[in-house]
Design a protein around this ligand. Structure first.
Ligand code: SF4
Length: 442
């Protein structure tokens, strides 16, 4: 029997990319390839890129060099958001053989055998992003304890700082039927926790934004999806990843509060606590709406974890506007933040805006919010010390203990010898404030 050709992957960026890499890996395996580690010297390397960070180019070059080091004769293929945005730049990176755009990446197998080696000349197959109108469902399996299940892709919003719509195209979603099929496959593989993933997840089926007095007009929306998923036997825990505040309806919050499978954990982008900056960002809500979402969650789920994305240093963010954000985040009952320092992106409205903030000030504001986030997280952990909660056991540490997360997203150290990865255990939490660690205790 001939030795199968080998393929290795590296994924940069978000949960969506991880779910897509995993699905592409399964496509290769079904096509007779053997997936190996990156350092094993594969015949084909697939690098799935991200365009969100400042270092997209550097990171991509670094991974191409690594692939060339392990296997100088390998074919190197670059896919992902950065590949859609800058295909020409990537094709010129020494060692890159093929660059595939958002639409073409799922047809990767049909291009592989046609690659020829012309040094310094990668082959580009990347169409216009506005032509991308198909949805390919994906999910990750085998990489970590949880599975990322992609149910939606692309975004129709036009936030002034964001390049994602240019990299991922129009908002489009899977069918509820197909999501259920994928979720069932994940559950059948023994995975206990699914993270529902999308670029604008709440827009599933094209969501209806919260407008006072108006009811959703359509079927097949995010609320319908989670109602159906909740009925699937075998799935123990479902986490909703980031959801826009203007799409997080009372109905969704009430449903999660009642559900046994959907976890009390929300991640809701705020981006700024200043209404003027929100307007300049072209976000679709004011801070009062955001505050109302937090109040509703707290009313029904006092124990829920609430994460916040926030951007500092957006053009025109005065010290006063920053303090609006700081004070707002200080006041509202959220559990932690992801703080991003604004940086100019080509082809965005914000890049041309007046009054850019000095980079030193951006970094300093980032630090101030990170310190506040740490305090909030510790307080959240402290407030739940003594609770009994379910923990999904994940990685083993060097000292033999395990880490895991509770349903309400408290990171826990599990020092039980009999614990096993992917096991759900119920334990009492004990927060050690000196160490900043929550322990599971019997
Ligand atoms: S909602 Fe805004 S920030 Fe999020 S992907 Fe869409 S355009 Fe980008």
């Amino acid at each position: 029997m001939a030795t199968p050709r080998t393929v290795a992957f590296h994924t940069l960026g978000c949960k969506l990319n991880f779910s897509e890499t995993s699905s592409i890996r399964r496509m290769f395996e079904e096509g007779g390839y053997q997936a190996v580690d990156f350092s094993d010297g594969a015949d084909i390397y697939i690098i799935n890129t991200c365009s969100v960070t400042d270092f997209a180019d550097r990171k991509c070059r670094y991974e191409v060099r690594r692939a060339m080091k392990y296997a100088p004769e390998a074919k190197v293929v670059v896919i992902g958001c950065y590949a859609q945005l800058k295909p020409k730049e990537i094709a010129e990176i020494p060692g890159v053989d093929l660059v595939l755009g958002a639409k073409e990446k799922f047809n990767i197998l049909s291009y592989i055998d046609d690659i020829s080696h012309t040094p310094g000349k990668g082959w580009i197959k990347a169409g216009e992003i506005n032509e991308v109108n198909t949805f390919i469902g994906s999910y990750s399996i085998g990489d970590r304890t949880r599975s990322f299940l992609k149910v939606q892709d692309g975004c129709d919003y036009k936030c002034s700082f964001c390049t994602i719509p240019q990299a991922r195209g129009k908002s489009r979603s899977d069918t509820i039927e197909n999501v259920i099929k994928n979720a069932t496959e994940i559950a059948d593989s023994g995975i206990k926790e699914i993270v529902l993933t999308g670029i604008n997840l709440g827009d599933f089926g094209n969501g209806t934004e919260i407008i006072e007095g108006l009811k959703p007009q359509k079927e097949g929306l995010f609320i319908d999806l989670i109602r159906e998923l909740d009925k699937v036997e075998g799935i123990e825990r479902i986490r909703i990843s980031s959801i826009e505040p203007n799409l997080l309806t009372d109905e969704i919050i009430s449903f999660v509060a009642e559900s046994k499978r959907f976890l009390p954990h929300f991640h809701i982008p705020l981006q700024s606590g200043s209404d003027n900056i929100l307007k300049a960002m072209r976000r679709r809500y004011k801070r009062s709406l955001y505050a109302s979402r937090i109040r509703k969650i707290r009313e029904l789920m006092p124990h829920a974890s609430i994460g916040v994305d926030v951007i500092v240093g957006f053009p025109g963010e005065t010290e006063e506007a920053f303090m609006d954000t700081f004070d707002f985040l200080h006041e509202i009952e959220v559990s932690y933040f992801h703080v991003f320092t604004y940086s100019e992106r080509n082809n965005t409205w914000a890049a041309g805006m007046d009054n850019p903030v000095d980079m030193g000030i951006r970094k300093e504001r980032n630090k101030r919010l990170r310190i506040l986030s740490e305090k909030k997280r510790n307080l959240f952990y402290q407030n739940h010390s003594g609770d009994v909660r379910t923990i999904l056991v994940e990685d083993k540490l060097e000292d033999g203990a395990y880490t895991g997360y509770t349903d309400n997203y408290i990171k826990v150290r599990v020092p039980f010898a009999e614990a096993k990865p992917n096991q759900l255990i119920e334990a009492k939490l004990n927060y050690d404030s000196a160490e900043g660690i929550t322990y599971a205790v019997v």
